[in-house]
Design a protein around this ligand. Structure first.
Ligand code: MN
Length: 484
């Protein structure tokens, strides 16, 4: 089992291979006797997850941590024992993954916008709590493998996990430019999260996909011949079928399936940018372009960094075909690259909404931060501390509150509700009583003990950090000047 993994990481340094082998032995022993829901020995899971990370070329400590990612949570092994064997870095990563296990997304009946906000905060909280991007990548790979083995779980669990995948994990993968993982996660989750819609979509498109696929098989050699006659070197050409979930989302905007031209697109990989343009010229000489449907993301990359040329043309038999042209680097970027594919399309709502602006700034921050380092160093110093001025905490019901750093239980109480703020009598953090000047930390669960009457104190003005809380306390005293 481990041989296959070690083969994948053969390119890695000798010291790292040894580290990974030791982590495997350690995890195997720790999980001895435990089984997955499908009856397989537990160790098959971390090994499969590590395989995903090895394909993404993550470093040795990340793969070692990945092999042991469930050890602290599910076995008797302690942090100290792990640190003694594997040192600080690996243990830090495992601890990070263990911490994130506590964050779950539960859909509640309510307004959609509120759900969106909740998911947005949860995603930010993931970044803030992970502290290291490798922790997020381990979580993503963990989720990927769990999704692929979901069939053995109960229907309720399948649905909950799938919704969480759609709302939290897939968008995070998208932010990190991992188009392939994002698309797969969504398609695996779609069938369980929305079984009716999934079946309906499938029945609608089954023939269409097959028809488009057949058509593309006919057109491809003709396009290839054309390009080679014009001395254009093509590295690869393949059909790209649109992922089901992304089609499902697109159909909510464009209801007519016949108006979606990229159901199956022809993707052509060319050696460099100039051959992309040359190929485009030749394609347009043979096939009339659809007005307004040439998208040159080479000259103008998407805000998310995505680069390609998308040309929609009337091809053989006068049928509409989308052709995508890109170089191997751009392709790699769009599929796996952490810094690519920052999706903007997911926030198609009113851009002026404050939450969206905040989200957009967040994307920009993450993007700049990722741009600053090339991939290698990216994996080495992957601190996700770009939220160091915010702290994310949870209500007992699991709702995320996003507060300024240094916030206290009073800030939290006012963020939940003004009345709750006014009647705060005490506060518990992770089940333990704390004082009003206690500074909240990421991931803590905060519970407010409510008094019978509203009785803010003027001292509170010196204890709160958020301007919202201060304003509310101030206005209470303005309205009740006689209170102390
Ligand atoms: Mn796991």
């Amino acid at each position: 089992m481990i041989e296959k993994l070690l083969k994948k990481i053969n390119a890695q340094k000798t010291g790292e291979r040894d580290l990974i082998a030791r982590a495997f032995d350690f995890a195997k022993k720790a999980h001895e006797g435990q089984r997955r829901e499908d009856g397989e020995p537990y160790i098959t899971h971390p090994v499969a997850v590590a395989g995903i990370l090895a394909d993404l070329k993550l470093d040795g400590p990340a793969i070692a941590a990945c092999l042991m990612h469930d050890v602290l949570e599910d076995t008797k092994i302690t942090e100290e024992e792990m640190e003694k064997e594997f040192g600080k870095e690996v243990t830090f990563l495992v601890k990070g993954v263990t911490k994130l296990a506590g964050l779950t997304y539960q859909e509640e009946p309510g307004i959609k916008a509120k759900q969106n906000l909740k998911a947005q905060s949860l995603r930010k909280m993931f970044f803030a709590m992970a502290e290291d991007i490798r922790v997020i990548l381990i979580k993503l790979a963990d989720r990927y493998h769990n999704m692929s083995t979901l069939r053995t779980c109960s229907p309720e669990k399948r649905k909950r996990i799938s919704l969480e995948t759609l709302e939290i994990y897939a968008p995070i993968a998208e932010r990190l430019g991992m188009g392939q993982i994002k698309g797969d996660l969504e398609d695996m989750a779609f069938a369980h999260a929305y079984p009716e819609e999934y079946k309906l979509l499938l029945s609608k498109i089954k023939d269409k996909y097959a028809d488009r696929q057949n058509y593309l098989e006919k057109v491809k050699p003709i396009v290839m011949k054309n390009l080679s006659e014009n001395k254009i070197k093509v590295l690869d050409a393949h059909a790209r079928a649109k992922h089901y979930y992304s089609l499902y989302k697109k159909l909510q905007k464009v209801s007519d399936l016949d108006r979606i031209h990229d159901l199956v697109a022809l993707r052509i990989i060319l050696p460099d940018i100039s051959s992309c343009y040359e190929a485009l010229g030749i394609i347009h000489k043979n096939y009339k372009p659809l007005p307004g449907l040439i998208k040159d993301y080479l000259a103008m990359p998407k805000l998310n960094g995505y680069r390609s040329i998308h040309a929609t043309v009337f091809a053989e038999e006068g049928r509409i075909l989308e052709i995508q042209l890109r170089t191997p680097e751009m392709h790699e970027h769009a599929e796996n690259g952490i810094a690519a594919h920052w999706s903007y399309s997911e926030s198609n709502k009113n851009k002026l909404h404050t939450a969206d602006i905040k989200e957009a700034q967040w994307i920009a921050q993450l993007k700049n931060w990722l741009k600053a380092s090339d991939n290698q160093e990216l994996y080495q110093s992957l601190r996700t501390n770009f939220f160091n001025d915010r702290v994310f905490v949870l209500t007992p019901k699991g709702e995320v509150k996003d507060l300024p750093e240094g916030s206290t239980p009073l800030d939290f109480a006012y963020a939940v509700h003004t009345d709750l703020g006014h009647s705060t009598k005490g506060a518990k953090v992770n089940g333990r009583m704390v004082s009003f000047d206690y500074q909240l930390k990421n991931g803590q669960i905060v519970e407010i003990i409510k008094g019978k009457v509203k009785k803010p104190s003027r001292d509170w003005l010196g204890l709160v950090k958020s301007s919202e809380a201060r304003r509310r306390i101030q206005s209470w005293f303005n309205a009740n000047p006689k209170s102390s």
